[in-house]
Design a protein around this ligand. Structure first.
Ligand SMILES: [Zn+2]
Length: 434
């Protein structure tokens, strides 16, 4: 009987995603879509044959594929030359199909999509799973559930006109409307319901019982619930309602964090998008100084909030908010959150890598299956040219990737001139602090 073909990754240094010390000169064997061996080559391994695909990783660093807990793919913003309606379902689908490969080729083999237009993201998730598109594994939400005064009821749109069907948010102004929209989105196949409170967190727009109603309804459908919550009271209300994940949480007090720690949900702070706003706002077009000052203050507060959360053992998930605005190019910023975790929050590079791999796997519903390199796990693996433990910014440079394996298959890395992508300057045109 013929041996099945294998993928062998030889002689690299393994950083396995669990937080364990790196292991030099490893051999990793992949058969089908699973990892079947990790360790030094020894006599128990069937010798290499011409049927095997071999990746020589001498001097390189082998990590699990990155997981981005906050990446939008259907929110095209701004005009595109020659396209009249960039918010149509048709265009959003084309846009998502256009950018999804860039995410994968940045070494990101899984993404959580907390909000999008129409049900585009559900369809793209299914197209990727069905092999129609090459992209990362996806867990997706639909339009964000928001009410008058919430982030998706933005000025200058007059609230009395409602939210148009092509908006990224859907207005829900009563408990019944929140339940109805949750039920509809569950039926259409979302993995996650996204509630959206106020833009900056200065007021709580979604009432406590509305959050609880969404959580009850979604959980009955085995769907998770996340909230855009920057404020103290909204964050506390979400934790008390048993929400699954808090995005941002900037103004959470120590008392709020005590409640979160007791309730047991993680926080995904999303530092990268305000950081881009602060660092690149002045050079960009459209960032008012007032907005920039506010983002800087919020960011400083967030750094301390995360330290306080870590002191209480609250898991911190890593997400970039890629795709929320044209400045947040797909493929460019997925590794930035790890750098900010290290330089601004005080995590070790290893802790930041764990946050971007095995820890984020929980939100994918694949805890212990992806984000970790060990026998029996799904084979999502990236081979980097340089050591991210020595320089965490390596994770922001797709040009330093020599191989990406997703679900046991080698990704065609050169497709679309991808090696050039890491060199693109940020293009700041529009900004939504979502
Ligand atoms: Zn977002």
């Amino acid at each position: 009987m013929a041996n099945s073909p294998r993928l062998l990754i030889k002689n690299g240094t393994l950083v396995d995603g669990s937080g364990r010390d790196p292991l030099a000169n490893t051999l990793i064997v992949v058969e089908g879509n699973r990892i079947t061996h990790v360790g030094p080559a020894d006599g128990s391994i069937r010798p290499e044959t011409s049927d095997d695909t071999v990746i020589e990783a001498d001097g390189r660093f082998i990590l699990p594929g990155l997981i981005d807990a906050h990446c939008h793919i259907s929110l095209h913003q701004g005009a595109l030359l020659g396209v009249k309606y960039t918010s149509s379902a048709e265009f959003c689908t084309l846009w998502a199909a256009h950018v999804i490969g860039r995410v994968l080729r940045a070494g990101v083999t899984s993404i959580v999509v907390p909000g999008g237009k129409w049900f585009t993201d559900v369809t793209v998730r299914e197209a990727v799973a069905g092999g129609l598109l090459e992209g990362p594994r996806m867990v997706v939400a639909g339009r964000a559930l928001s009410n008058y005064g919430g982030i998706f009821d933005p000025d200058p749109y007059p609230a009395y006109e409602g939210t148009p069907n092509d908006a990224a948010g859907v207005l829900c102004n009563t408990r019944d409307e929140f339940i109805r929209e949750t039920r509809k989105q569950c039926k259409r196949g979302v993995d996650l319901i996204k509630i959206a409170d106020s833009t900056w967190g200065d007021v709580q727009t979604v009432a406590d019982d509305e959050i609880s109603a969404v959580v009850d309804e979604a959980h009955r459908h085995n769907v998770k619930v996340a909230i855009h919550s920057r404020g103290s009271t909204s964050t506390r209300a979400a934790a008390s309602a048993g929400i699954d994940l808090i995005y941002h949480g900037d103004w959470a007090t120590e008392a709020d964090l005590d409640i979160i720690a007791k309730a047991g949900m993680p926080i995904a702070p999303v530092l990268t998008s305000p950081w881009i706003g602060v660092e690149h706002g002045a050079a960009g077009r459209g960032f008012a100084d007032r907005v920039q000052d506010r983002l800087r203050a919020q960011l400083d507060h967030s750094f301390q909030m995360i330290r306080n959360a870590r002191d209480r053992g609250i898991p911190i998930l890593s997400g970039s908010d890629t795709g929320n605005a044209s400045a947040f190019n797909h493929g460019r910023w997925h590794g930035k959150e790890a750098e900010l975790f290290v330089k601004e929050v005080g995590m070790t590079p290893m802790e930041a890598i764990v946050a971007n791999t095995s820890q984020n796997a929980w939100l994918m519903g694949l805890e212990g299956e992806v984000g970790i390199i060990a026998p029996g796990k799904l084979a999502d693996i990236v081979v980097w040219d340089s050591d991210p433990l020595a320089d965490i910014t390596v994770l922001q440079r797709p040009s330093e990737i020599s191989a990406i394996i997703k679900d046991g298959r080698i990704v065609d890395y050169e497709a679309g001139g991808f090696r050039q992508l890491g060199k693109e300057p940020p293009r700041a045109r529009m900004f939504l602090p979502g």
